[in-house]
Ligand binder design. Structure first.
Ligand code: COA
Length: 433
């Protein structure tokens, strides 16, 4: 029988888009003091998806890298959940494309979850319960994939970003094991951020979203503290949903001040800024480079922490706060296992960031325009200036109301495909007990 005490994340891989826009370029094009973006919001750059990248290709790239890098046996995967708010179709889930393109067995439950940036946490929770129960030794693949896009010149524009994080969940998670404490979540119907079906950019009431985020954090943290008995200083690291890096500081400050006021003058071991540098900042370096991944941003922080920290986080308890506008929040925690060194440099972040190319502002605008053209019916085979192949998997446009994806070979020959290219894995995932 599965052991719920060892259920957790067994492997993680991040897909980093090849292009980025330095925030200083955006600030100067928009006539804004760049310090507002780099210090006020805390970012350095935002990942810009190539027009041939979409939520499907990014999820496929992250998942394929995970399967290859960690030598995962596809036949053991019995559940695939994609968390996203960048749906490419109102009915067909992203997970169905991913399932086909990475060649999983047909005896695999496959679906998407959506609740703004909370969706991957919902997926992870389901995967975790399944692995601890009816999954019986099989693995779950959870993928967070999103393109965060706001109107040009809007306050949200410097908080854009893109990318995907794939996580293998199983009951032999030596590396990051979920703590088995009662859950702490919070839901409230609020219009702080939304994207109507007829728009490809999100609408947001920024101040309302920050207020709602912090309210969900206070509520879930207090509930988790009572139920788990883990005190503030019981966490070596506290990670948060990161719509922009400064938000993680606001979140940390909220918990720090709450704790300081409860100590009745007993004092905190370190001042606020130093505590933040020790507790949360070590996880934020990748968020500063990629911007907002929506569903993946909390897990980008986790990957960033594990990728760089190695042995220094072995045995560390990590608290995680997930927030999705609309809204739903959840606080949970986990413990890094004794083999944290296996994570170091293995999430794909280092190579992904090293092979990036900076865009200038004109290039960024051209990508946006071409992506909007490609998203229309009949765009496949149209002459689109600036479109090129970006990697193994490319979105090539729409034909007969179907999305067309291409596989680019090493010789740069493109195979056009409408249907999944891979034969499903022939071995059915078998429960172990
Ligand atoms: N130098 C240094 N800092 C500066 C500055 C300058 N020249 N100009 C502004 N700032 C600081 C502000 O003081 C503020 O810091 P603070 O929050 O610590 O007070 C920060 O930069 C942002 O400035 P502000 O005027 O509040 O920004 P804004 O109104 O343009 O928009 C958001 C900020 C977050 C509301 C906006 O980016 C947004 O809508 N984002 C999308 C939604 C989102 O991310 N929500 C978060 C919860 S999910």
């Amino acid at each position: 029988m599965p052991n719920s005490a060892t259920v957790g994340i067994e492997a993680m891989a991040v897909h980093v888009p090849k292009y980025y826009l330095p925030l200083e370029s955006l600030a100067s094009a928009n006539g804004i003091d760049p310090i507002k973006f780099t210090v006020g919001l805390g970012g350095r750059a935002i990942a810009i998806p190539h027009p041939n990248e979409d939520a499907v290709t990014m999820a496929v790239e992250a998942s394929s890298a995970l399967l290859k890098r960690y030598n995962v046996d596809r036949s053991r995967i019995g559940l695939l959940i994609v968390g996203s708010e960048t749906g490419v179709d109102a009915a067909k889930p992203i997970a169905a494309y991913v399932h086909g393109f990475i060649g999983l067995h047909s005896m695999c439950r496959t679906f998407d979850t959506k609740h703004a940036c909370y969706s991957a946490t919902a997926a992870l929770t389901l995967a975790r319960e399944w692995c601890a129960g009816s999954g019986r030794g099989r693995k779950a693949l959870v993928v967070a994939t999103d393109i965060a896009q706001y109107d040009r010149g809007s306050p949200g524009e410097p908080t854009q970003g893109a990318g995907a994080v794939a996580m293998l969940v199983g009951d032999a998670a030596a590396a990051f094991v979920f703590d088995d404490f009662p859950e702490a979540f919070y839901t409230r119907h609020v219009m702080d951020f939304w994207r109507p079906n007829y728009r490809n950019t999100a609408l947001v009431d920024g101040p309302a979203s920050i207020k709602s985020y912090l309210e969900a954090l206070r509520t879930t943290y207090a509930s988790y503290e009572v139920q788990s008995g883990v005190p503030f200083n019981g966490y070596k690291h506290l990670l948060f949903h990161v719509p922009f890096p400064k938000m993680a500081f606001k979140a940390f400050k909220t918990l720090y001040e709450r704790e300081a006021s409860r100590r009745n003058g007993d004092g905190m071991p370190f001042p606020l800024d130093e505590s933040f540098e020790r507790c949360t900042a070590p996880a934020l370096w990748a968020n500063r480079e990629l911007g907002n991944l929506y569903s993946g941003s909390l897990y980008l922080s986790l990957a960033g922490l594990l990728d760089r920290s190695g042995a220094t986080v072995e045995g560390a308890r990590v608290g995680l706060f997930s927030y999705g506008s609309g809204c739903c929040g959840e606080f949970f925690s986990g413990t890094v296992g004794a083999c944290a060194a296996v994570w170091r440099g293995r999430t794909g972040l280092t190579e992904g960031l090293a092979r990036r190319t900076a865009l200038d502002h004109q290039g960024y605008l051209a990508f946006r325009e071409t992506a909007a053209t490609l998203a229309r019916e009949g765009s496949f085979n149209a002459v689109l200036p600036g479109v090129e192949q970006t990697g193994a998997m490319a979105f090539l446009g729409i034909k007969n109301h179907q999305r067309v994806y291409g596989l680019v070979s090493a010789e740069h020959e493109t195979a056009f495909i409408h249907t999944p290219p891979c034969e499903p894995s022939r071995t059915a995932p078998t429960p172990t007990a």
